[in-house]
Design a protein around this ligand. Sequence first.
Ligand code: G6P
Ligand code: MN
Length: 436
Amino acid sequence: MKKQVITIAGAGSGYTPGILLTMLNHEHFEVKEIRLYDDDSQKNSDMEIIIDYLLEKGNYDVSLIRTENPKEAFTGADFVFSQIRVGKIDMREKDEKIPLKYGVVGQETCGLGGFSYGMRSMKGFLELVDSIQQYAPEAWILNYTNPETIIAEAVRRKYPEAKIINACDMTIIIEEVVSDSFGYNRENWIPVYYGLNHFGWYDSIYDDDLGRDVMPEVIERFRNEGLNVEGQETSWAQTYQNMRLIVQNFPTHLPNNYLEYYLYPNLAVEQADKEYTRANMIMDGRLKKIKETVKNIQNQENLDQINYESSEHGQYIVDIAVSILHNKNDRFMLIVPNKGSIPNLREDAVVEVPCYVNANGVEPISLRFDIPDFHKGLMEAQVASEKLLVDGFYENSYQKVLEAFTLNQSVPNADVAKKILDEFIEVNGDHWVELN
Ligand code: G6P
Ligand code: MN
């Protein structure tokens, strides 16, 4: 098998070491060259120092390139892993804090924070895809960039044939936490799941070893005992606590945890600290860690404390690449155009469903049942609001974006929608397209 040339777009991210180590340690993935690409040269150089150190320490025979030039980054690349965050953490902080001021959910991918990020992300991500189409149209783009349904919708309108796979690790993380909590082995699970990204439900979880659908018993234990959140960060522990509330009130399906923002926006607002949101935790956690690690490497001190390793986050996306390269037909939850996968949902929605991945790319499954009205209704409103946002982006339409904001289910009324929109236009500046 040919050795691969890999480009990480948004290389300055704290997830980069985990993704690269997962790749380098994967027995079925051979890397010839790693290219770190980021438009922030400071963050990119910091990451170069870390990756260079890790490559040397692990004795990996791989060349490393750091570049802020798209031509150099993409020409000849086999895979581009994108995790760009347009506007970086400072804008994430605004996405979270501005809606909270008005008593509305402030979250990076859900609600109006997600829409603010979506407007930035569409602009930055489409520029990235433009470059990749120009310099490496044959490369596979494996995308983690959020908010994923909005990105996927925007990209397919401009590049319906682009070789892009949109993946989110949330379902894997849910399955991991749930199976660990109740003593199952996730490797034996064949889950049937449907939804939009960060907005979906499990219909069944067949356990191949036990020979039965374990979802009903999992839900029963989840309702009664809750999940085991030992070792989880406080904010994630809170998330799983809120997820339990969903399961207690709506016990027919296992939900995606992100539904808390649409079903219990009141709770999400109540639990939030308006002065110190998730963005601040990341600044004080992942981002500080990068700076400290760089300093330690430069000073050759505390090197034993450098603990970057293969990660779950990396595992998922690397497994997708391996399934393409080795034509494995492994099954993943991916974000794809509906086209009948969910039979009773509009064809032109972008949905998250189980898919098989092989040398041809992605082959989504088709559910053989209609989804319940409760889920369908919630999803239809969400699809419509996200589509309006993408319309607004392409048409430079203030009106469409206001409609998107108003329709979002985390928003109580059009008045608040408009106030938050106007404030977002102000703070986002050139990160957004102009709206007329
Ligand atoms: C999960 C989601 C991602 C999201 C991340 C947030 O992995 O699938 O889409 O970005 O959580 O994590 P953070 O630690 O940045 O709050
Ligand atoms: Mn995600």
